[in-house]
Design a protein around this ligand. Structure first.
Ligand SMILES: [Fe+2]
Length: 251
């Protein structure tokens, strides 16, 4: 597949044009024009680039590519990464917020599917849904943990529950990444359980005072979901050869 055609397909599928982002979504480093093999990862780092070189990949697709202003000053660690990509003619494609928000294969949609939420509605770049099946909070945590450990091999035990809700959650918010800052917005939407990628020290006290529950699954864990899903899509829809690399990380 042609690199620019792949970029166009991704831009169209993920609707890049609707997102104000902290990074460029699309080709961040331009490599060879013909793409047959793609490595997918949450993050870009030297391990991932070396894996791609070993695998003879033509492109790497990540959720966290190169961000912000530093992109205009390529030095230090960023230089080492960019140099290694260019020397090996490997493209880097970043898909940030559009991968959180995508309604079919975004991080939050996959998590919502795993725990079988219904009547999904948008919540910032995440989703709010109903727990009609009546799963308990521990059951919900185990479903997500099992999914992760089956696919990425993570060790169990890093997902954290802060439960101040004396009931089965009815309304659930799912929001990946550094999402604790949306907790108060979730309370305004009458959410019982807030599933987030991260937590901050002041958040559990708010949950206690409001009688809510939080399940913090980890920033990395919450954002590996859409990477796995995209790997399937690239295989099935475009016949690309894909390889996933996981850098286990409970933060
Ligand atoms: Fe993120």
């Amino acid at each position: 597949m042609n690199l620019y055609e792949l970029e166009r397909e991704l831009a169209n599928y993920y609707q890049f044009q609707y997102f104000e982002d902290y990074c460029h979504n699309g080709i961040q480093v331009e490599g060879k024009e013909e793409v047959n093999k793609v490595v997918l990862s949450v993050n870009i780092n030297i391990d991932v680039i070396e894996f791609a070189i070993k695998e003879k990949a033509d492109a790497i697709i990540v959720h966290h590519g190169f961000f912000g202003k530093s992109f205009l000053s390529i030095r230090g660690n960023l230089r080492d990464r960019v140099k290694k990509l260019l020397e090996n003619d490997i493209s880097l494609i970043g898909i940030h917020l559009p991968m959180d928000a995508n309604y079919e294969i975004g991080h939050n949609r996959i998590i919502s599917n795993i725990i079988e939420l219904t009547n999904l509605e948008p919540f910032n770049y995440g989703l709010i849904g109903q727990n009609e099946k009546g799963f308990g909070i521990v059951q919900i945590m185990q479903k997500i943990e099992n999914y992760l450990s089956d696919r990425t091999g993570i060790k169990k035990g890093s997902l954290k529950i802060y439960n101040y809700l004396n009931d089965i959650p009815k309304k659930v918010a799912v929001i990946s990444g550094e999402s604790y800052k949306y907790f108060e917005e979730a309370i305004e939407r009458n959410v019982d359980l807030f599933i987030s990628g991260s937590i901050a020290q002041h958040i559990p006290q708010i949950a206690l005072e409001e009688g809510k529950a939080i399940l913090s699954i980890g920033h990395y864990n919450s954002e590996v979901m859409g990477i796995i899903a995209l790997s399937h899509l690239l295989k099935e829809r475009y016949g690309l050869n894909t390889k996933l690399i996981f850098n286990e990380n409970d933060l």
